[in-house]
Write a protein that binds this ligand. Structure first.
Ligand SMILES: [Zn+2]
Length: 342
């Protein structure tokens, strides 16, 4: 099993499976940002999303497969890739600014190209940031950098870079906000100034009012974990906790490694059941990501994190196990009378 090579391949796969995606908007290069409806007619709707960090492709493949594999009476809406540009890779992203799409053999080719063709704004040991046309490009991840003349120069612009895993075949998209924060596409859900990709997600959510939101991600390790969100009502909170416990039990039963017992993904998380972490967005700052926004506005929400050091097929399979279990628990919640609690 391989990741999709290009965003167009994902769209073809969806169409080959008999779906006509709804176009929510267009990325700055004109590619459509799409949602696919499957499942049944019952509400509340379920919302699955992936690929806001385009380097995390197991989530994208899992989301695409789950469009057809989830059997539910509930409406199921999926945005399988929230960053079409990034999914097409760094050479593609560079091609949006150059006269032609460059041939990139690997990460080592990026710095010489930026120096040759771009206006270099920052250069520090191996790190280069350059502006070419409307977009900027970097040799490494500069997420959360807050200082430097280059940040000032790039306010309001996009910054693409390739990560060592998977390499230049996917580009990671950073956004330099008007305030000079260097953020990524899984932010901006509660900010009026937002790039088109999160605006599309936000608009879809407003239309479908999801009772369950699952955002598929990956992290740099070799184990599985996910984050849960504190809920607005005690009933939602009870179901979020019950769902989290069943999801992690299902993944553990599949034999996949969970997080080491002393692992904490960041200072703004608190430990739940083993390998489940509660995320507090106010402690983190940077505004609300998709799952934060879903919990703040609609209901149950999780961010699922497979480990990118594991084989691709296993990561896809693991994401699917977690999602399937969440949907199963959600159906149980809404199967009987509405006052049911776990
Ligand atoms: Zn991610």
């Amino acid at each position: 099993m391989q990741p999709f090579d290009r965003y167009a391949d994902l769209l073809t796969c969806i169409q080959d499976n008999g779906h006509t995606p709804q176009i929510l908007g267009r990325a700055p290069d004109g590619q459509p940002i799409v949602a696919v409806k499957s499942g049944g007619d019952k509400t509340p709707a379920i919302f699955i999303s992936a690929g806001s960090h385009a380097t995390e492709q197991a989530g994208v493949s899992a989301a695409c497969a789950l469009i057809d594999e989830i059997e539910t009476e509930h409406q199921l809406y999926t945005i399988p890739s929230r960053d079409p540009i990034g999914m097409n890779g760094l050479a593609y992203a560079l091609g949006l600014s150059l006269d032609t799409t460059p041939n990139l053999g690997g990460l080592d080719d990026v710095a010489p190209l930026l120096k040759k063709r771009g206006e270099v704004l920052y250069r520090e040991s191996a790190t280069v940031v350059a502006l070419i046309g409307e977009y900027s490009y970097a040799t490494s991840n500069l997420y959360n950098h807050r200082v430097g003349d280059w940040v000032e120069a790039l306010k309001g612009r996009r910054l693409f870079f390739a990560a060592s895993n998977p390499g230049v075949e996917c580009a990671y998209t950073l956004i330099i906000t008007p305030a000079g924060e260097v953020l990524h596409l899984n932010r901006f859900h509660d900010t009026p100034w937002a790039p088109v990709e999160p605006r599309c997600t936000r608009d879809l959510m407003a239309a479908i009012q999801p009772g369950l939101t699952l955002d598929l991600h990956e992290h740099g390790g070799d184990f599985f974990w996910f984050s849960a969100r504190h809920q607005r009502t005690s009933s939602d909170q009870q179901w979020e906790e019950a769902m989290a416990s069943e999801m992690i039990a299902a993944v553990a039963a599949s034999g996949v490694a969970l997080a080491p017992s002393d692992y904490l993904p960041g200072s703004f998380f608190t430990q739940g059941p083993h390998s489940v972490f509660w995320l507090n967005p106010r402690q983190r700052g940077e505004g609300l990501n998709l799952a934060d926004f879903a919990a703040h506005t609609y209901g149950l929400a999780f961010t699922i994190e497979t480990g990118m050091e594991r084989p691709f097929a296993e990561r896809v399979h693991t994401a699917k196990i977690a999602v399937q279990k969440a949907v199963e628990v959600f159906e149980r919640r809404h199967a009987g009378c509405s006052s049911a609690t776990p």
